[in-house]
Design a protein around this ligand. Structure first.
Ligand SMILES: Cc1ncc(COP(=O)(O)O)c(C=O)c1O
Length: 340
C-alpha cells in the first residue's frame, strides 16, 4: 500500500526523516543524557525506536503515558514531569518505579499515599505553570524524605524560552534559568538536573543539566522548523482535495485532524488561508519570490501533504500513524498513549 491509497485525513510518519532526527539528537545527547518526552508522539512503537537509539528513560506528561508504555512491554526509567494529586492514577504507575514531579505539600503527600518511591522537585524557572518557588525547594525535598521517598534531584522547564529568536538573548536567559535550577539542586540533593526541550537543545550543552527532556525533535512541526534546527519534518497529515474554486482549493484536513494552537498548518507549496472543522482552504502562493512553488491548484481528488504547526496535539487527534518509506507504507503504529 502507498500513502496515496490511505483514507484521508491520514497521519503519516516518514521513517527516514524520523531516524535521521533520532540519530542527530542521540549524537548530541546520547544514552540517558536524553530523556525523550513521549507527549510529543504518544506512541509506544515510536518510543521503542527511541530506545533502540540508546535512551533508557522517558519523560511523560500524563500517568496514562507511563502505564501505556509499561503495558506495551517497555521497561524504563519513567519520569512523570507533571503534577498530579489523583491517587488512582498515581497508584496505577507506582509499580513501574516511576519518578514523579512534585511542587507543593499536596503533591508530595499524594505521591507518598499512592506508593510512589521517587520524586523530583519541580522548580519554577520562569514559565508560569508548575514549579515550586526556588526558596522553598529544599523544604519540599525534606518533606518528601520525611515520608520515606527518595528525592532524585530537580527539574525545571523553561518553556517560555523555547522560541526566543535572538541567539545571545536565548543563551543568556536559559543560562540564568539554569543557574537558579542548579542552585536548587545543591540544596535539594540527588543527582538529577532535568530540563529543556527541543527549542533549547543546543543551549543546554553548556548549562550543566544532567538530562534533556526534548520531545518534538523526533517528528517536528512548522513552528520549530522556523528555528533552523537540523531536524526534518517527519510527520504530515495526508489530505484529499474535495473542492476547488477559481482562487482556492479545499482539502479534508481540518482543525479536528490538527493541533491549531500554534496557528495554521502548511500545505506543501501553497498559502493556507484557514482551517475549519473538516477543511483546510489554500491557494497558490502570492509571494513572487516563492520560486518553485506550484502555480496551479491541485484538482479535486488529488492528494496534498499538510504539515502541522504543533506536533503534540496533532498526534493526539489520531488513532494511528502510517509509517512510510518514500511513500510505501511499511508499518502502522497505534497512537496508544492518548488520553489521561
Ligand atoms: C515538562 C516539559 N519538558 C519538556 C518539554 C519539551 O518538549 P519539546 O521538545 O516538545 O519542546 C515540554 C513541552 O511542553 C514539557 O512540558
Amino acid at each position: 500500500m502507498f500513502i496515496d491509497d490511505l483514507p484521508t485525513p491520514a497521519l503519516i510518519i516518514d521513517a527516514g526523516a524520523l531516524e535521521a532526527n533520532l540519530a542527530t539528537m542521540a549524537q548530541a545527547w546520547p544514552g540517558n543524557r536524553l530523556r525523550p518526552h513521549v507527549k510529543a508522539h504518544k506512541c509506544s512503537a515510536l518510543a521503542k525506536v527511541q530506545q533502540r537509539f540508546g535512551h533508557s528513560g522517558f519523560t511523560c506528561a500524563t500517568p496514562r503515558e507511563i502505564s501505556g508504555l509499561a503495558k506495551a512491554g517497555i521497561e524504563a526509567d519513567f519520569l512523570l514531569a507533571n503534577e498530579s494529586v489523583d491517587p488512582a492514577r498515581l497508584g496505577a504507575i507506582a509499580g513501574t518505579g516511576a519518578t514523579v514531579a512534585v511542587d507543593s505539600d499536596e503533591t508530595v503527600h499524594a505521591a507518598a499515599r499512592a506508593g510512589i518511591k521517587n520524586v523530583l522537585i519541580d522548580v519554577f524557572v520562569g514559565l508560569p505553570r508548575c514549579g515550586v518557588e526556588p526558596d522553598d525547594a529544599a523544604r519540599l525535598a525534606d518533606l518528601a524524605r520525611s515520608l520515606r521517598m527518595n528525592v532524585r534531584g530537580v527539574m525545571g522547564y523553561e518553556g517560555h524560552l523555547m522560541m526566543v529568536a535572538d541567539a545571545t538573548a536565548k543563551r543568556d536567559q536559559v543560562s540564568a534559568a539554569m543557574d537558579t535550577l542548579r542552585g536548587c539542586a545543591e540544596k535539594v540533593g540527588g543527582d538529577v538536573i532535568s530540563a529543556g526541550g527541543t527549542g533549547t537543545w543546543r543551549e543546554h550543552l553548556d548549562t550543566g543539566i544532567t538530562e534533556l527532556q526534548a520531545g518534538s525533535y523526533a517528528l517536528m512541526d512548522t513552528q520549530y522548523a522556523t528555528l533552523g534546527f537540523p531536524f526534518r519534518q517527519a510527520v504530515h497529515v495526508v489530505g484529499t482535495v474535495i473542492s476547488r474554486a477559481a482562487g482556492w482549493a479545499v482539502a479534508d484536513v481540518g482543525l479536528k485532524a490538527l493541533g491549531m494552537d500554534h496557528g495554521n498548518p502548511e500545505v506543501d507549496g501553497y498559502d493556507v488561508w484557514f482551517c475549519s472543522d473538516e477543511h483546510v482552504t489554500f491557494a497558490v502562493k502570492r509571494d513572487p519570490n516563492a520560486h518553485g512553488a506550484p502555480t496551479f491548484l491541485p484538482k479535486v481528488g488529488e492528494r496534498v501533504l499538510v504539515a502541522p504547526a504543533h506536533v503534540d496535539p496533532t498526534m493526539s487527534q489520531h488513532e494511528r500513524a502510517w509509517v512510510h518509506r518514500d511513500g510505501l507504507v511499511v508499518d502502522e503504529w497505534a497512537i496508544d498513549l492518548r488520553g489521561w
